[in-house]
Write a protein that binds this ligand. Structure first.
Ligand SMILES: [Zn+2]
Length: 77
């Protein structure tokens, strides 16, 4: 699959970071990916904006989602 060759290398990092923001927001990012995101966010206002959007979206989703029901009837013997 051909990737778009972008003359602006920073764009590629941004899209990579923004792909990882979802995991970052839910705290499921680690290792190199986490370092990449953290250091990039320190340098890139655009991705910080995207992070804010992700955080808001994530909160909205959590609030919109019904609480997971506990396994009420597990002891159904
Ligand atoms: Zn960026």
């Amino acid at each position: 699959m051909a990737q778009n060759i972008d003359s602006n290398g920073a764009q590629a990092v941004c899209s990579e970071v923004q792909d990882l923001l979802y995991l970052f927001v839910i705290g499921d990012l680690e290792g190199d990916d986490l370092s990449l995101v953290v250091s990039h966010l320190g340098a890139c206002g655009e991705c910080r904006e995207a992070l804010v959007q992700h955080s808001l979206l994530n909160k909205a989703l959590i609030q919109a989602m019904p609480t997971v029901k506990p396994n009420i009837k597990l002891m159904h013997a």
